[in-house]
Design a binder for this molecule. Structure first.
Ligand code: GDP
Length: 372
């Protein structure tokens, strides 16, 4: 069943995220609903099932694969009496753990407060539960109001701080001169950092976890006497919290202001088509959809074809695709130049270099028409 396969992949990804955040996952619960329950996201029976399991197995945290509304969060918390984390909160948490520069930390902190602000009533629920909920309405509410004010002030402060850093960074970008700027884009964990390392012979942090890259790294790279700037950016992901898209302005500006995008795809991932779609959606959101692009289909060493349903007429079911096989697929026929490679075994790496060189050279020649 195709739906079920998709569901499993989503849960795999969520588990991977949870693992990256430092959690150990014991059990998955799924439910098919036309739309999420407005009160508790999942239905009453499912919630009871989760509750039972959590009690029996001393589970302390329950993670939902979607952003919960403030009231859903409050209701679920009341029912389950455990720490409830939604997808947005989980992603923010990972970003917070991995933010290294003060810029990244400021961005994540801002996103976290913006997430928290409409959810502050939670504390009120706790107060109510602790103290019986009678007669405390006055002071409790005042307390929330105070907390809200403090957080609002903090948000304004962080926004000011970001504005001045953004300005600085924009000046820095302008000072980089007219070299052609190339940015990696792609879903998280597809191999962008690895490729950046291979191309620039540097040691950018690469590991098999989500979002290893938080801050942008800009490197000058030369292929065949042609210098250009290469930027690594944050990995995109399905349902990237909007709070993050906003606060990562400068990071995303690197993408917006680049001349050429290299869209890396992990072709060994069963949902790679969805990933391409997610990345393109975010690119459109930040106004970078019309840029010249190169499609890099990575991890061909790890690819194996699996039939997804019975109507599948794909003739090739062997494990090792040759370059000729790849060239016959729809991926080779997109409107963008495409290349099939393995960053690990360096297969077809020369072709990647050639394609980048050609694209950069085109832009370079337009920019400096009087040079050789
Ligand atoms: P990023 O999140 O897009 O920057 O991805 P990374 O560069 O951190 O790579 C994520 C994981 O994929 C790491 O464990 C890499 O070693 C692995 N990886 C990268 N390229 C390849 C490849 O061509 N083949 C295989 N099998 N693994 C790869």
């Amino acid at each position: 069943n195709q739906d079920e396969g998709k569901l499993n992949e989503y849960m795999d990804e969520l588990e991977f995220l949870a693992h990256t955040a430092g959690a150990e996952v014991f059990k998955r619960f799924t439910q098919k609903l036309d739309q999420p329950n407005s009160r508790t996201f999942v239905g009453r029976g499912k919630l009871e099932e989760i509750n039972m399991y959590a009690k029996e197995n001393e589970i302390d945290t329950i993670i939902f694969d979607d952003e919960l509304t403030p009231s859903q969060l409050k209701n679920i918390e009341k029912e389950l009496d455990r720490k409830i984390i939604d997808r947005t909160n989980l992603i923010l948490d990972i970003f917070a753990q991995r933010a290294e520069t003060s810029y990244a930390r400021t961005q994540v902190e801002l996103a976290q407060y913006e997430y928290l602000l409409p959810r502050l009533t939670r504390m009120w629920t706790h107060l109510e539960r602790q103290k019986g909920g009678i007669g405390l309405r006055g002071p409790g509410e005042t307390e929330i109001e105070t907390d809200r004010r403090i957080i609002r002030d903090r948000i304004s402060l962080l926004k000011e701080k970001l504005k001045s850093i953004d300005k600085q960074m924009s000046t820095q970008r302008n000072n980089r001169g007219k070299l052609v700027r190339v940015a990696w884009v792609g879903y998280t964990n597809v191999g962008k950092s690895t490729l950046m390392n291979v191309l620039s012979k540097s040691d950018v942090f690469a590991e098999n976890k989500l979002f290893a890259t938080l801050d942008t790294t800009v490197r000058k790279v030369v292929i065949g006497n042609l210098p250009f700037l290469l930027t690594d950016t944050v990995g995109f992901i399905r349902k990237l919290p909007t709070q993050l898209v906003e606060s990562f302005k400068s990071t995303l500006d690197e993408v917006r202001e680049s001349d050429l995008l290299i869209h890396v795809v992990d072709i060994s991932h069963p949902s790679f088509e969805d990933h391409i779609h997610s990345v393109n959606t975010i690119l459109a959101e930040i106004g970078a959809a019309d840029k010249p692009m190169i499609m890099v289909f990575n991890k061909i060493d790890n690819f194996s074809y699996e039939r997804k349903d019975e109507d599948d007429l794909t003739p090739i079911t062997k494990r090792n695709y040759s370059l000729e096989d790849w060239k016959k697929t729809w991926m080779a026929k997109s409107k963008y130049p495409s290349v099939f490679i393995s960053a690990l075994t360096k297969e077809n790496y020369e072709e990647l270099k050639k394609i980048i060189y050609n694209q950069v050279k085109d832009i370079h020649t337009q920019r400096f028409p009087y040079n050789d």
